[in-house]
Write a protein that binds this ligand. Structure first.
Ligand SMILES: Cc1cc2nc3c(=O)[nH]c(=O)nc-3n(C[C@H](O)[C@H](O)[C@H](O)COP(=O)(O)O)c2cc1C
Length: 160
C-alpha cells in the first residue's frame, strides 16, 4: 500500500497580510494533505529557534540566512523513512526560495526513490518554480473552504 509523508516548515507569529497567526499558513495546508491522503506529518523545526516574531525582523533574519546559504540544524528525525513512497514537501516562499531549514532536511534524506510533491504558500510575488502546488497564504489562513477545494483538486490530479 502506498504511504505518504508530509514534511513541512511553517511559522506562527506576525505574517504578511494575515496578522499575528497561531497556526502557520503552510501548516494548515500540510494538515489538509495529511487528512486527505492518510499520510503522516513531520514538521521541520530548528534546534535553535531565533526566528523573530515580527514580520519585518523575520524577513531580515531570513535574508541573512539565505545569503549565508545556511543549514540550520533541525530537531528530530522521520521514523521509518524507508516505508514512505510519496513525500510531500511544503514551505512558505521566503525571498523567492525555500527557507534554509528545508534545505537542511533535503540534505539529510535520500529522496531518490520517492515520489516528491512540492507545495508552497506565498503572497503572490513568485519565485523559483518547482512542479507542485502553490496557494496564497491568506487563502489558507482565511478561506479554508477554498483552500480545501484547491488541495483536493491537486491531490486528485496526482491520483489520490
Ligand atoms: C522571510 C519571509 C520572506 C517572504 N518572501 C516572500 C516572497 O519572496 N514572495 C512571496 O510571495 N511571499 C513571501 N513571503 C510571504 C510568505 O510566503 C507567506 O506569508 C506564507 O504563507 C507564510 O507561510 P507560513 O505561515 O507557513 O510561515 C515571505 C514571508 C517571510 C516571513
Amino acid at each position: 500500500m502506498s504511504k505518504s509523508l508530509i514534511v513541512y516548515f511553517s511559522r506562527i507569529g506576525e505574517q504578511y497580510s494575515v496578522g499575528d497567526i497561531s497556526e502557520g499558513n503552510t501548516s494548515i495546508i500540510a494538515k489538509m494533505i495529511a487528512d486527505k491522503t492518510g499520510g503522516d506529518l513531520f514538521e521541520i523545526k530548528v534546534a535553535h529557534d531565533n526566528y523573530p516574531h515580527g514580520y519585518m525582523a523575520l524577513t531580515e533574519y531570513a535574508k541573512s540566512e539565505k545569503q549565508q546559504n545556511a543549514r540550520p540544524e533541525i530537531v528530530g528525525s522521520v521514523d521509518n523513512f524507508n516505508d514512505y513512497d510519496a513525500v510531500f514537501i511544503g514551505y512558505p516562499n521566503w525571498w523567492a526560495e525555500m527557507p534554509m531549514p528545508v534545505y537542511t532536511f533535503l540534505d539529510s534524506y535520500d529522496l531518490t526513490d520517492k515520489k516528491v510533491h512540492h507545495f508552497c504558500t506565498h503572497e503572490g510575488s513568485g519565485g523559483v518554480k518547482r512542479e507542485g502546488f502553490a496557494i496564497y497564504g491568506h487563502t489558507a489562513q482565511n478561506n479554508r473552504a477554498e483552500a480545501e477545494k484547491q488541495v483536493s483538486q491537486w491531490l486528485k490530479g496526482l491520483g489520490f
